[in-house]
Structures are given as structure tokens and as C-alpha cells.
Design a protein around this ligand. Structure first.
Ligand code: C2E
Ligand code: CA
Ligand code: CA
Length: 414
């Protein structure tokens, strides 16, 4: 074990139970003691608990928080914890239903306070033990009591990104899309990576925003498109027919010549427009206006396929569907992974799917992470699946070998 980090050492946990009901306080305190946690204290109101947090000698690093309390409720208490620089974690305790629990958890996480989970009243020792297992000690460089996260990501400058584009340091990775009913591999999404000479592989969230903000996104998209078109040709020559998706930034759709530019590139590469899918993120689509609408409509007239990405995460989903002739709808991963076990996600998933079906669009489920997600999709009408369970994004050269192994493993999945 890493000696610099104490993982779930019971003696390191200082638990505070906050609940207005004396009976619950006693019950939870006893459960904790029985589970081997020796440093347990209790408070019956938020103000007293905040004083405890301020007391550096006795400050807890884990709080069991009742949501329903008469004066300061659990949601307000969580917000006040931030003001008091609380550096530990929380377990939420209530009799609320699942949707309510999830909203509160989201709210608390938005304050950057780690939530180990929700304990449903009446609480059971087994349920409590499972949540307590998740507690990890704050490490030296991270005093938040949160499960360890990646170190902060480097932000690159415009000049660095410009140089990366010019020096050919951007490469496309490809993530397969498969037909859920048959397992057939029909397409791949191109996801750009930066092979940085010093920093190694850099992911798009560290440079796409920089490119967009500094007028570099047209150059970047040009490179990605060029590489993808050359790759489509190579795959075709080796007998592999795939539809390849490119992510298009909303900023690409600001200049009216984008449609002509894409059409010219595709023609020059000798690729048919039907082999190219342009994925546009809906949340970006909201900004404006006529140019994107005209460009996308013209691309569609030129027989490119249009895909609405991350569907369900923006606010204007319905308006966009009304105005733009999309061929494909990608249900965002936040409505896919775990939808089989969550009524709310399931309802959002089902309604996105049925909307797409009624509009005659093909549907793709993103974020298929495990067998349970896959089995769930098999019971739905969704057409295509994409996600880590099927394959992670990979270099173009790995795809043929992957398809061969997928053909063997997928026999058991269909
Ligand atoms: P996106 O278009 O929604 O792409 C899907 C992202 O989810 C990818 O992250 C992919 O690696 C990841 N992913 C795939 N399967 C799973 C899964 O099962 N679980 C989870 N949790 N994640 C999964 P990546 O490659 O880091 O890309 C992030 C975003 O960067 C993309 O989101 C896209 O918006 C943007 N992007 C990527 N390439 C380009 C590009 O060439 N141009 C532009 N403008 N944006 C790009
Ligand atoms: Ca995408
Ligand atoms: Ca997406």
C-alpha cells in the first residue's frame, strides 16, 4: 500500500452525526460504534454542528447529515459548510424518494463537497457500512477528504495550440459505433488527441476551448477532417466500409463558406458525403442564429449526415429538432449509463428515443460502459451503441484487429 495515503483507516475517521431527532442520533451513533468507529459525536442542530466544524481540535472529516431539520435544513447546512471551509465528506440521510435524493446530492456536489452516498431512513448497519467504506483520508496535497482526483489539468496557450496544429501533432482516435441488434460495426467517431512532445497524450477538453476562443478552430477542424478523410479512404481500400463522424464546433458554423469548404475537401479526397457524419453539440447550437441553420441545411442537401450530439443536455432541444434536418440523434451518456437502474434516467432516455423515432432519426446511445447498460439497450429500440464497454477510442491502425476480436466476443452479447 502507498504509505503516504491512509485508505479508510477507521481510527482516522472523525464522524459527526447531525439529526434533529434524538432517537436517530442515538441509533446512528450506536451503529457507528458497533462498526468500529470510535470517534463519533452528535449534534441536533446545524448551528451547533458548524461550531464543531470550526473547532480545529474536534472538527469532523465525515458528517452524517439529516436533510429534514426544522431550523437549518440539510441543504442550507451543506452550503454553510463551504463558508466554514469544511474539508471532509458527507453522507446524506433522509426518507426522501430517489429523485429528491439525487437532486440534493447534485446540489451538494456542486459545492465541491464529496458525497459518499445517501442513507435511506430507516437506516441499516449494512447500508451504512457500505457508504463508510468509501471514505478516504485526505492526502497531503489534497485536504478535501474526497476520493483522489486527477491533478489539475494544464491549460495551453493559443500559441501552443497553434503550433500543435501547424506541426501535425494532432491525431484522430476512433471509437466504434455498433448496431445493437446485430453487433455489426457500422461507424466510428473521430476524437482528436494531441500527441504532445513533452506532456504525452493531451485530451480535447484541454485545447478545443482554447482553439475556439482564439480563432483556431477552423484550422483544427480542417486537420481533423483531412485526417479522417484520408483514413476513410484507407479503410475503404482495405475493404472496410465505415461511416466516420467528425465533431463540428459551433464556431465552425459561423462562416458561411464552411459547407463549401467541407464539400470541396470530401470531393478532393474521393470520399462520398454519405460516409461522413457531422456531429454538432446541441448546447452550443443555442447561441444563434441563421448562419448555422443555413450551413447545416446546405450540408444536408449535399448528402452529408447530420447528428445532434449530447442530446438532452441543452435547453433548446426541441427547437433545434424542429429547425435542423438531423439524421441521427445521440442520447447523451448521462441518460444512458445506469439508466437501467434509475427511473428518472430511464424516462429521459425513453422520451429522447421516442422523439427521435417519431422524427425518423437514427439513435445512438453514448456512454455504454458496462454489460448492464448493454443488456438494457438490447431491450429498447435504440439503433446504435458507443462506449467503453464496446471499445475505447483507439488509433486508426488498431481498428481492424479490434473488429476481429469484437466479432468473436459479441456473439455472446446478441
Ligand atoms: P463527445 O463528442 O461527446 O465525445 C464523446 C466523449 O466521451 C469522448 O471524450 C469519449 O472518449 C468519451 N467516451 C466514450 N465512451 C465513453 C464511455 O463509455 N463513458 C464515458 N464516461 N466516456 C466515454 P473525448 O475524446 O475526451 O472528447 C471530449 C469532447 O471533446 C467530445 O465529446 C467533443 O465534444 C470534443 N471533441 C473531440 N474531438 C473533437 C474535434 O475533432 N473537434 C471538436 N470541435 N471537438 C472535439
Ligand atoms: Ca461527438
Ligand atoms: Ca456526445
Amino acid at each position: 500500500m502507498d504509505t503516504g495515503e491512509i485508505v479508510n483507516n477507521k481510527s482516522a475517521v472523525r464522524v459527526l452525526v447531525l439529526d434533529d431527532e434524538p432517537f436517530m442520533l442515538k441509533l446512528l451513533a450506536r451503529m457507528l460504534t458497533n462498526l468500529g468507529y470510535a470517534q463519533v459525536s452528535t449534534c441536533d442542530n446545524g448551528h451547533a454542528a458548524l461550531e464543531r466544524v470550526d473547532d480545529s481540535d474536534r472538527s469532523p472529516n465525515l458528517i452524517l447529515l439529516d436533510l429534514n431539520m426544522p431550523q437549518m435544513d440539510g441543504v442550507e447546512f451543506a452550503r454553510r459548510l463551504v463558508e466554514h471551509h469544511y474539508a471532509g465528506a458527507l453522507i446524506l440521510v433522509s426518507g426522501e424518494d430517489e429523485r429528491m435524493q439525487q437532486s440534493v446530492e447534485k446540489l451538494v456536489r456542486a459545492h465541491k463537497i464529496p458525497v459518499l452516498g445517501h442513507l435511506h431512513k430507516p437506516a441499516s448497519p449494512e447500508g451504512l457500512a457500505v457508504l463508510l467504506e468509501k471514505w478516504t483520508a485526505p492526502t497531503q496535497d489534497d485536504s478535501s477528504g474526497a476520493p483522489k482526483k486527477n491533478s489539475t489539468k494544464k491549460i495551453y496557450t493559443a500559441d501552443e495550440v497553434r503550433a500543435a496544429i501547424a506541426n501535425g501533432e494532432l491525431v484522430n482516435y476512433y471509437q466504434p459505433k455498433v448496431v445493437i441488434a446485430t453487433g455489426e460495426v457500422v461507424g466510428a467517431e473521430s476524437l482528436v488527441r494531441w500527441q504532445h512532445p513533452q506532456d504525452g497524450m493531451v485530451f480535447p477538453d484541454q485545447f478545443i476551448g482554447v482553439a475556439e476562443a482564439n480563432g483556431l478552430i477552423d484550422d483544427l477542424t480542417r486537420v481533423v477532417l483531412d485526417n479522417a478523410l484520408a483514413q476513410i479512404r484507407r479503410w475503404e481500400e482495405s475493404g472496410l466500409k465505415l461511416r466516420v463522424s467528425i465533431n463540428v464546433s459551433m464556431d465552425n458554423l459561423a462562416s458561411l463558406d464552411f459547407a463549401d469548404f467541407v464539400a470541396a475537401q470530401v470531393a478532393a479526397a474521393g470520399v462520398s458525403p454519405q460516409s461522413v457524419v457531422l456531429e454538432v453539440t446541441e448546447s452550443q447550437l443555442m447561441r444563434d442564429a441563421r448562419a448555422p441553420l443555413e450551413i447545416l441545411t446546405r450540408l444536408r442537401l449535399k448528402r452529408f449526415k447530420l447528428s445532434i450530439d449530447d442530446f438532452g443536455t441543452g435547453n433548446s432541444s426541441l427547437a433545434q429538432l424542429r429547425d435542423i434536418p438531423f439524421d441521427e440523434l445521440k442520447i447523451d451518456q448521462s441518460f444512458v449509463h445506469g439508466a437501467w437502474a434509475n427511473d428518472t434516467l430511464r424516462a429521459l432516455f425513453d422520451s429522447s428515443l421516442s422523439l427521435a423515432k417519431q422524427l425518423g432519426m437514427e439513435t445512438v446511445a453514448e456512454g455504454v460502459e458496462d454489460r448492464a447498460d448493454w443488456d438494457f439497450l438490447r431491450r429498447t429500440e435504440c439503433d446504435l451503441a458507443q462506449g467503453y464497454f464496446i471499445a475505447r477510442p483507439m488509433p486508426a491502425g488498431d481498428l481492424s484487429a479490434w473488429i476481429q476480436s469484437w466479432q468473436k466476443t459479441s456473439i455472446d452479447l446478441i
